[in-house]
Design a protein around this ligand. Structure first.
Ligand code: COA
Ligand code: ZN
Length: 308
C-alpha cells in the first residue's frame, strides 16, 4: 500500500468558487447560512468571497456584507481572493485575516481573467503580498490552468514551476495548483506535481481540482501518493470560473470526505453536515447539485428546495 498522509486539510471554496459562476444571484443571508453550516460540518479553512471588480463578478459584489456577518467559528480561518492593490485595500478594511492572490500558468487565460499577463500579475502581486503580510494577514497563492488552458491547450509543467516559485518567494504560505478546466488526469498530476516537488516541500502545495470529466478523485489519489495533504473542494460540487468556458464544478467536498474517511485519513469534517450545508444553496438555486453524496442523500431538486 502506498503511504498516505494521516490527516488532510480541506480548503472549502464553495462560497467563492462555487457561487461566482451562478447566474441566479444568491442572497447574502443565504450565503451566511451556507457558511454557518460549513463551519458546523467541521471545516476550518473557508474561502468566503472575492474583492474583485463587482462589474466582472456581480455574484460576489456583497463581499463586505458577507465578511461583516461571518459566524464566529472555533479555529476557523476565512479568506478572500484579491486581484490587486485595490482588492487588498477593500480586504484589509473588511477585517478578513487571510487573502489569496491568483494568477495562472497561461497568458491568455490570465488576460481574460484579470486583464494582465502572468508576468504583469506577478509584478502587481509582489507589493500586494508584502503589504498584506505587513498588515498581519496571511496570504495564499493560486496558479490557475496548471494542466490545460481553455484557450492555449496543454500547459508546460516548467511554466507552472516558475510561477509557483515566484509566488512562494513573495511570501505566500501555500500555492494552490489549480485544474481550472477540470481536464487533468492522474498522469498529469503525477508529471506536474512531481516536477514541483523537486525543490518545493509538499506542505507548500495544495491541489485545487474541478470535476468536469469525473477525474478529480483519481487526481486526489495521485496527490496523496505524492504527499500532498491540502485539497480544495466545494460543498455540493458547485463551482466554475466565468472566464474558463466549458469548466464545471469543483471537486465536491462531501465526495472527497467520503473517500478520505473510508481510507482512514482524518479530515474533521462530516459528510451529512456538508450535504446539509449544500441544501441551502440548492434551495436558493432551485436545482439539484452535482455531488454524488448530495444526490445519494437528497435524490431530487424538489427535496432540497423544500428543505431550506
Ligand atoms: N475591486 C473593485 N474595483 C476595482 C478593483 C477591485 N479589486 N480593481 C480595480 N477596480 C476598479 C478601479 O478602481 C477602476 O475604477 P474606475 O474606473 O472607477 O476608476 C476600474 O476598476 C479599472 O481599474 P483597473 O485597475 O484598470 O482594473 P481592470 O479593469 O483592468 O480589471 C480586475 C482588473 C482584476 C479588477 C478585473 O479584471 C476583475 O475583477 N476580474 C475578476 C476576476 C475573477 O474574479 N475571476 C474569477 C476567479 S479565478
Ligand atoms: Zn476553481
Amino acid at each position: 500500500m502506498p503511504r498516505y498522509p494521516d490527516r488532510v486539510q480541506i480548503v472549502e471554496v464553495g462560497p467563492r468558487d462555487g457561487l461566482q459562476n451562478e447566474t441566479l444571484p444568491v442572497p447574502t443571508p443565504v450565503k451566511i447560512e451556507f457558511i454557518r453550516r460549513l463551519v458546523s460540518a467541521g471545516l476550518k479553512q473557508i474561502e468566503v468571497t472575492s474583492f474583485v471588480h463587482p462589474k466582472f463578478v456581480p455574484q460576489l459584489a456583497d463581499a463586505v456584507e458577507v465578511i461583516a456577518a461571518l459566524p464566529e467559528g472555533d479555529g476557523v480561518c476565512y479568506s478572500s481572493l484579491v486581484p490587486n492593490e485595490k482588492g487588498l485595500d477593500r480586504a484589509i478594511e473588511s477585517g478578513v485575516k487571510r487573502v489569496a492572490v491568483f494568477t495562472a500558468a497561461s497568458d491568455t487565460f490570465t488576460q481574460k481573467n484579470i486583464r494582465m499577463t502572468v508576468d504583469e500579475s506577478l509584478d502587481v502581486f509582489a507589493p500586494v503580498v508584502s503589504r498584506a503580510i505587513d498588515a498581519g494577514l496571511t496570504v495564499r497563492g493560486y496558479v490557475s490552468t496548471c494542466f490545460v488552458c481553455p484557450y492555449e491547450g496543454d500547459v508546460d509543467k516548467t511554466r507552472v514551476g516558475t510561477v509557483t516559485k515566484r509566488l512562494l518567494a513573495m511570501g505566500v504560505d501555500q500555492v494552490a495548483i489549480s485544474d481550472t478546466t477540470g481536464a487533468a488526469v492522474p498522469t498529469d498530476i503525477f508529471e506536474t506535481v512531481g516536477h514541483l516537488l523537486d525543490g518545493t516541500p509538499a506542505e507548500k502545495l495544495a491541489l485545487h481540482l474541478h470535476d468536469t470529466y469525473g477525474t478529480a478523485l483519481a487526481n486526489v489519489l495521485v496527490g496523496l501518493e505524492l504527499g500532498i495533504s491540502t485539497f480544495d473542494a466545494s460543498a455540493g460540487g458547485l463551482g466554475g470560473c466565468p472566464f474558463a468556458p466549458g469548466a464545471s464544478g469543483n471537486l465536491a467536498t462531501e465526495d472527497l470526505v467520503y473517500m478520505l474517511d473510508r481510507m482512514g485519513i482524518e479530515t474533521g469534517v462530516e459528510v451529512a453536515e456538508l450535504v446539509n450545508a449544500a441544501d441551502v444553496v440548492a434551495g436558493a438555486l432551485g436545482r439539484a447539485l452535482p455531488s454524488r453524496n448530495w444526490q445519494r442523500l437528497r435524490g431530487s431538486c424538489g427535496d432540497a428546495a423544500g428543505s431550506v
